[in-house]
Design a protein around this ligand. Structure first.
Ligand SMILES: NC(=O)c1ccc[n+]([C@@H]2O[C@H](COP(=O)([O-])OP(=O)(O)OC[C@H]3O[C@@H](n4cnc5c(N)ncnc54)[C@H](OP(=O)(O)O)[C@@H]3O)[C@@H](O)[C@H]2O)c1
Length: 300
């Protein structure tokens, strides 16, 4: 069964037009490379056009795709008035969108009591409203064709809570609720799938880009990411989930995966455990030590 699941991506994905948001770094960048190798024409979106050009160049180097198979569509997810024209430009170029990967987003590293409400507004604008706005335009097209996949890079934080990430968790829970409710609304189209990918910690630029206490304040404490899941493994598992229309995939190493299971099946224990882990994370954060790394080193 596992081999069948693994091999399906090579049958299902080649030739499928995939629009990836957040393609300029991290998971979205790696996803673009793996999709290019499989032979999927790509629309690449993010705000930084120069980074998208770099990703496109590498996609062309490592695949048999040609220049016209990769379209760069600069896009700010928070600028919702541009989403319709961006969708039209992808459709004009490729004639269809088979798969939308809602990947662009930012995390958070700050305590609620110290954080401006503007930060919560900005996180919801980007992670939640930006994502559902783009989805709305692309879904209209998929409904006309009666087929397509809407894939959203959620997070284990869309399933459980985590201190220092109240706004991020809220935005990912919102996406989880949204897409789980949208799925039955499109159930009359059996070839439209709604897929929620929920990674645990993965190597990327996410910590450099987190929201902090103020919208314009950058995170000075980046720390070591070597304990996190390698980006290529996260993407490989994501592609398997995508090709097999898995509605919700938890893509994580332990101990985070174990906490996910506890959260789902034994929440009282999960809440007790999170209070204990949370205390250490908050203490480390306040003393300027990277919260994740120090917790991981302590527990391993
Ligand atoms: N890494 C993890 O541990 C982890 C775990 C679970 C889930 N995730 C999710 O995975 C997704 C990708 O994150 P990542 O880890 O790859 O982080 P990343 O390396 O920081 O990538 C984030 C991407 O989002 C784009 N982005 C940020 N703000 C944007 C905006 N306003 N409009 C359009 N694009 C925007 C960035 O491009 P520009 O700056 O060029 O716009 C970048 O391409 C996120 O949704 C994140 O929540 C990550």
């Amino acid at each position: 069964i596992i081999m069948q699941y693994n091999s399906r991506q090579k049958k299902v994905l080649p030739g499928k037009v995939v629009w990836v948001t957040g393609a300029s770094s991290g998971i979205g960048e790696e996803l673009s490379y793996q999709l290019a190798k499989i032979g999927s024409p790509l629309a690449l979106s993010a705000r930084r056009e120069n980074e998208l050009e770099r990703v496109k160049k590498k996609c062309l180097e490592i695949s048999s795709l040609s220049d016209k198979d990769i379209l760069i569509v600069p896009l700010d997810l928070t600028n919702r008035s541009t989403h319709e024209s961006a969708t039209q430009s992808v459709l004009k170029h490729f004639g269809k969108i088979d798969i939308l990967v809602n990947n662009g987003g930012r995390s958070q590293r700050s305590l609620f009591v110290d954080t401006s409400i503007d930060v919560y507004n900005a996180i919801m604008e980007l992670n939640y409203l930006g994502t559902i706005s783009l989805t709305k335009h692309v879904l209209d097209h998929m409904i006309q064709r009666k087929k397509g996949k809407i894939v959203t890079m959620n997070s284990v934080m869309g399933i459980m809570g985590a201190p220092l990430a109240t706004g991020y968790c809220a935005s990912k829970h919102a996406l989880q609720g949204f897409f789980n409710s949208l799925r039955p609304e499109v159930a009359e189209y059996p070839e439209i799938s709604i897929i929620n990918l929920c990674p645990g910690p993965v190597q990327s630029q996410i910590i450099q880009n987190v929201f902090t206490e103020e919208v314009s304040k950058v995170n000075a404490n980046i720390g070591d990411q070597s304990h996190k899941m390698p980006t290529d493994r996260c993407v490989r598992l994501g592609l398997v989930s995508m090709a097999n229309d898995i509605k919700e995939a938890w893509i994580s190493d332990n101990p985070y995966l174990a906490v996910c299971y506890l959260w789902q099946y034994a929440p009282t224990w999960a809440w007790w455990l999170l209070n204990r882990i949370g205390k250490t994370r908050i203490k480390n954060f306040k003393s300027g030590v990277d919260a994740d790394v120090s917790y991981y080193k302590k527990s391993s």
